[in-house]
Design a protein around this ligand. Structure first.
Ligand code: DGY
Length: 327
């Protein structure tokens, strides 16, 4: 008998076909969003689950699914999974690092340029038929070239964002849990390690690229926004919850910072509707990794992990390698 797996959400059909060679697959190509009870019920008798960042695999769900051996997330972030509870239960957990670094770094730049140079705001104005004449002061934005870029979270994606800044002749400062080795700083446009406070006070543009955790919750709140330059841009391509969205709405509304570019939100997809009334924010629906080739690579990476986990190999991207796998 083949091991049984659940796909929690719709995914590329060829990835399902690949998994069907190894497993008895229950897919969800209708993309129905499972309640906690439905998810728990569907996981009964399953050996593995292919998840996305939208499903919360809590300690409660884990405790109710004693047969589960592997949770393979199609994302680099895994704050949707209670890793400690999974580890205690002997369940392997995997993510999809590396394959999305460059695409996500590209998108941070898309948001930064769009927000600082008012691209979407001016396009909405043009589409609304308001363009009657050229004016010297139409949609004046903030320069990117020659400015100071501050990156909070200098992992693989943060370093990719920094590398791209050389063409804009920027100075890069960063804050991270620990300082990078000097050769990595040199490769990241000679990024200079500074305190979070110094970064917020000196940067013209601040990009958030750190993982979500209890420690990084509300890394940017009212106090931090007050330290930033009034012309500064804030970009979040990391996770909702790293920014206090209510505080950001208030800061954008009051002009305490210049603009923001946001791909992730607290409580997404039910994000704070107050953002919609603001013209100085660019909003995208959690698509930083969404290029065709990268999303395929992420899906196949999660599939590789699931196949390895349930066929007796160590999954390439296991997050809890010490787990005592369930028999
Ligand atoms: C990730 O990989 O964590 C992304 O946020 C998913 O798009």
């Amino acid at each position: 008998m083949k091991p049984r797996i659940l796909m929690t959400r719709a995914v590329f059909p060829d990835v399902i076909e690949r998994l069907e060679q190894y497993f008895d697959v229950e897919s969800n190509q209708d993309d129905h969003i499972f309640s906690v009870d439905e998810l728990t019920q569907k996981l009964q008798g399953k050996d593995g689950v292919f998840t996305t960042p939208s499903e919360r695999i809590s300690a409660q769900v884990i405790a109710a699914c004693p047969g589960l051996k592997a949770i393979c997330n199609m994302a680099v972030g895994y704050n949707n999974i209670d890793l400690d509870a999974a580890t205690r239960a002997g369940i392997m957990v995997t993510n999809t690092p590396e394959v999305l670094n460059e695409t996500t770094a590209d998108f941070a730049w898309a948001l930064l340029l769009a927000a600082a140079r008012r691209v979407t705001e001016s396009e909405h104005w043009l589409r609304a038929g308001k363009w009657q004449k050229w004016r010297y002061d139409s949609f004046l934005g903030a320069d990117i070239h020659g400015s100071t870029l501050g990156i909070i979270g200098m992992g693989r994606i943060g370093q990719g964002i920094a590398r791209r800044s050389t063409g804009f002749n920027m100075r890069v400062i960063y804050h991270n849990r620990s300082r990078l080795p000097v050769e990595k700083e040199a490769a990241a446009n000679h990024a200079q390690y500074v305190s979070k406070e110094e970064l917020l006070r000196s940067a013209d543009h601040v990009v958030l690229a750190l993982p979500y955790s209890a420690e990084s919750h509300h890394t940017i709140g009212a106090a931090e926004l007050a330290m930033m330059k009034t012309s500064a841009t804030l970009v979040n391509i990391a996770r909702g919850g790293i920014v206090d969205d209510a505080a950001l709405v208030a800061a954008l509304r009051a002009g305490r910072i210049g603009a923001a570019g946001l791909d992730v939100f607290e409580n997404e997809p039910a994000f704070d509707p107050a953002f919609l009334a603001l013209s100085n924010v660019v909003l995208t629906p959690h698509i930083a990794s969404a290029s065709e080739s990268t999303r395929r690579a992420m899906a196949n990476c999660a599939a590789d992990n699931l196949i390895a986990a349930l066929t007796g190999d160590l999954p390439p991207n296991i997050l809890n390698p010490d787990v005592q796998s369930r028999e």
